[in-house]
Design a protein around this ligand. Sequence first.
Ligand code: 2NL
Length: 346
Amino acid sequence: MLRVLDDALERGLATLAAATTLAGLEEAHIQVFGRKAPLSEVQRGIGSLPAEARSDIGQRVNHARRQLQEAADGRRAMLEQASEDALLVADRVDLSLPGRRRRSGSLHPLSLAEDEIVDIFLRLGYRVAEGPEIEDEWHNFEALNIPPDHPARTMKDSIYVNIPGHPELLLRTETSSVQIRTMQSQPPPVFIIAPGRVYRRETPDATHLPVFHQVEGLVVDEGITFADLKGTLDAVARALFGQDRETKLGPAFFPFVEPGAELAVTCMRCDGAGCPVCGNGWIELLGCGMVHPVVLENCGYDPERYTGFAFGLGIDRVALLKYRIPDIRLLVDGDIRFLAQFGASR
Ligand code: 2NL
C-alpha cells in the first residue's frame, strides 16, 4: 500500500507538472484527485486496514494530498501568469507609430461657388437673407408683378406641391420671394442677397436640372440709380472671374424690373476673342434691372421715394464656368472621383 501511495504521489506530481495549459491542468486535476485516482483508491482502502495501521497510513495519505495540492496550486498560478503575459504581448501597441490619417472631405463645387459669391457681397456690405422653399403664389409670382396668365405660373414650368386645401403652394422658382418677405418685414435701406435652392419643371440635360441654385440680390434706398446697378455688377463680375474681365449690359425683359438688362462678361478662356466656350467672346452671366414700382408698392414701399435694383445669378452656372465642368449633372451624380477633385487639402 505504501508503494502504491509513493507511486501515486510521484506520478501525480509528474502529471500536474506536464500540464501546459489551464484546460490541461483541469484534466490533470481530475486524474490526480478524482474518484478513480490512485490516491483516492488508497484512501478508500484505509477502512479495511488493521486499526493500528490506519492512523499512520492516513497521515501519509494526507501529506501526499497536501503536496499534490500545493503542486497543483503552483502550476495553476504559473499557467495563469503565462496566459496573462501572452495576452499583454498580443495586445501590445507601439506608441511610437504615426497615427492613422483620416482622409478629410471637401466642399462641393456648388458650396465653393456660393461661398465665393456670398463673400464678395458681404465685403460690399450686403446681408444674407433666407426664406422658405415652399412658397405661395403671392410671394412667388403676384408680388413680383407676374400676372396670373403668365406661362411661368402653369404646371408646365413650376412644381406645385400637392397639399390638400392649399392649391396655391409651390416650390419656389426663384429666391425673389425671400426678398419680397424681407421688404415686407423692414423699411429701406435694403442691401441683401438671397442664395438658395430653386425648382423648375425641367428635363435634365447638360445645362438644365429641375433643382438648381441661385443668388438673387436686392438694393432699395433713396436715390439708387441704374449707375449703382452697373458699377456694382461690374465689380462683382470682376471679383468672380478676374480683374481684367470686361462687362457689358444689354436689354432684357423681366416683369419685376423696369428697365431690365442682361450682364455679359468677356470669356475667361479666350479673353473675349471668341472660342467654343463662349462663341462670340461674351458670356451671359446674369439678369438684372431697376425694381418695378409695382413690386415696391406690393411690399409697402413708396415708389415715389425709393428706387432700387435687383439681379438674379445662377450658382450652378458660375460653378460650371469657374471650374470648367462640362455637364451640370456632374453636380448631382455624387461621383466621388469628381467630388474629390475639389479638395482644398488631401
Ligand atoms: C434671371 C435673372 C432676375 C430679379 C431677378 C428681382 C427681385 C425682386 C424684385 C425685382 Cl424682389 N427683381 N429679381 C431681377 C432681374 C432678374 O433674375 O435670369 N431670371 C430668370
